[in-house]
Design a protein around this ligand. Sequence first.
Ligand code: FAD
Ligand code: UQ1
Length: 438
Amino acid sequence: MLRVPLSRLPTSQVLQSARRSATTIPSNTSYKVVVIGGGPGGLSVSSTLSSILGPNNVAVIEPSDVHYNQPLWTFVGGGLKSFDQSRKPMEEVIAKEVDWIKKSAAGFEPNSNVVILDDGQKISYDYLVVAAGIQINWDSIKGLKGALGKDGVTSNYSADSVQRTWEFVNNFKGGNAIFTMPSTPIKCAGAPQKIMYLAEEQFRANGIRDKAQVIYNTGIGKIFGIDKYASTLSQICQERGITVNTTTELTEIRPENREAVFKKTGPNGSEEQVYNYDFLHVAPPMGAPDFIKKSPIADKAGWVEVDPATLQHTRYSNIFSLGDCSSCPTGKTAAAVASESQVVKKNLLSLMAGKSLNAKYDGYTSCPLVTGKSKLVLAEFSGYTSKPLETFPVNQAEERSSMYYLTAHALPELYWSGLLKGTWHGPGFFRNIFNNQQ
Ligand code: FAD
Ligand code: UQ1
């Protein structure tokens, strides 16, 4: 390997092998498999494929130096884990046989099998896997960007502001604590309320609960999409004195007056409602990444248009997609990625071998709904059927400490050592053992 001083590296560097010293000069501009994104979607697929196909065959395009275990951000915001526990250097989690192209993808030319990078460079592929995540549209809420991270306004949905959540929760002295949920698709649709349950519990522990109004304002029509879990959550809110307002969507923050503006939609149209806040946790609107939305691989809504069962693109047969940026109509979670990754890998290898695509994704997703420091409702279901797909032979709609310990202590290890390394494909195997298929 040729070593060159960092300062003389070309900007379009291709970094090769784990614990890379960032000194490898650009080699290929053409790969058998190109993967866009170094989140759980991209890494779960690239680690397995690179170990099968060997060096110089698989590239991951990923601009970030850091990989975040985002499911841990609920625990970070709730003061139960440190921010450091939720991150690792990207170079530690990308498989050693992968070429890491430390750039952003900016466009697609699927008819010529080319991805265009943000510096204009072209990378060509035989097969493409798109796993670029969901885009957070911070600008859609007027005043949010300027207010975030200051004076009680926070969000567990960004690496910066999640570090302020716990401080604001623990220093809260009373008044309105408002938690919002948008009407757009978001990643982990339970996260906007998980942090509320942790905060509410902390307000009790700090002896200020009687001075606090805890309010959940959601842009959608119910507290959770799947009725089995929604009824438990509604009951918890009732028992704990949490006000739930449906079809009430955040549109603006006026930090100078500590006001949050909502659009309340009812049978007779919509009206503006202004709330004073003393603490405000925002789950921002999200959508398909712009660079995908404007490309030929997008569906009408901007997601990568794949067959929901095979995860193969509906128009370009050598393109697959998984995770938050795909068009699969299911809950966007790392749990979904685990199941999807196995289907993408199997079908991609079948396609390479000229065989038919037999692996099918059933829409499995899961939301570990943390309801307290040692309580959790483990929602598991198919977004395709809206029916529960539970792993354990117990009623998972009940709050359980066992599920809390599973989520807080076992799942992070499964994430780092199983999912990212391509060996964890979701709990379907255990579901079958427990003979518990609903
Ligand atoms: P991401 O993890 O977002 O990764 C996408 C990657 O693509 C990123 O590394 C990004 O830098 C890169 N990228 C973006 N644009 C480009 C580009 N133009 N070119 C190249 N690369 C690009 N899931 C669960 O299963 N359980 C939970 O309990 C849970 N809790 C959550 C709590 C919170 C607060 C949050 C924020 C998320 C939670 N999730 C949970 C959801 C989970 O984190 C995501 O669904 C999962 O990370 C999606 O994986 P992904 O690979 O599709 O996207
Ligand atoms: C899961 O597989 C996963 O990815 C590792 C998550 O992200 C951290 C999850 O939150 C969940 C719930 C699962 C599903 C796993 C089990 C054992 C139910």
